[in-house]
Design a protein around this ligand. Structure first.
Ligand code: GRF
Length: 190
């Protein structure tokens, strides 16, 4: 019997984390990235999924917020864990209910600082630098009905140098994400 845990990854843009997680589990028996999903028909994550031979579903607002299409797909695919990696839409109530305690997100800062609506991508790094923070980092957390407020699972930090730019900080953060996110997911699924 195949007991591999099944992961679904939601991404809205580049999908470098999605690809990194899928590569990590590629040769492991414990889990598999069964599905990628995106709200953005132009997202690079679609090409990454195709290259890796992983099905990728593109959906619109109505399918995500008004219908059960996505919930039903995730149930049919027997998904054990939903990973949000650069996914920009709020998770609707029906999805939260069906997958209670099984949805996690990565945020590119040390929550509870620099979270909430509008705090994504370079907006986060810009705010961190403008506030003169000496360190930033990543937060992996459970998803609940409020943006970026679910229980923290893991954090890792990096220094913010005097000459840091949002771009250089983004590169440091991406490095942390790629190093830690797959391993934290593996630990969670154990
Ligand atoms: C990551 O920094 C993640 O923390 C944030 O969006 C970014 C996604 O990057 N929420 P990628 O699409 O995985 O390259």
């Amino acid at each position: 019997m195949n007991t591999a845990k099944r992961i679904a990854i939601f991404a809205s843009g580049s999908g470098s984390n999605a690809e990194n997680i899928a590569s990590f589990f590629k040769d492991k028996e414990s889990a598999v990235v069964a599905l990628m999903l995106t709200n953005n028909p132009n997202a690079l994550v679609i090409d990454r999924a195709k290259r890796m031979g992983i099905p990728c579903t593109v959906f619109n607002r109505a399918e995500f917020f008004d219908d059960r299409v996505i919930v039903d797909l995730l149930i049919a695919q027997k998904i054990d864990l939903i990973v949000l990696a650069g996914f920009l839409w709020k998770i609707p109530e029906n999805l939260l209910q069906h997958f209670a305690g099984k949805i996690i997100n990565i945020h590119p800062a040390l929550l509870p600082k620099y979270g909430g609506k509008g705090m994504y991508g370079h907006h986060v790094h810009k705010a961190v630098i403008e506030h003169g923070e000496k360190e930033s980092g990543i937060t992996i957390h459970y998803v609940n009905e409020k943006y970026d407020e679910g229980k923290v699972i893991f954090q890792a930090s990096c220094l913010v140098s005097r000459e840091e730019t949002p771009e250089s900080l983004a590169a440091k953060i991406q490095q942390l994400e790629h190093t830690h996110f797959p391993r934290v997911i593996a630990d969670l699924l154990e």
